[in-house]
Design a protein around this ligand. Sequence first.
Ligand code: ZN
Length: 68
Amino acid sequence: METTPCPKCNQPMDEGRLSVSGGTIGYVSQKQKGMVRQVTVIEQARACPNCGYVELYLDPKTLKQRLG
Ligand SMILES: [Zn+2]
């Protein structure tokens, strides 16, 4: 993934991922229907050391499959 500056303050961003004790952080679209809504795991994160803004990324192919 290409490095882009912070969209809020235009400073270089730090790359990493979300870390949660005992689980993963995921995303579920409002468009996902049915009893079982599969979570798309957030795979990558970036944080701005200057202003604190955080960006989250998942696998777009996986999300598109879940949207049907
Ligand atoms: Zn920033």
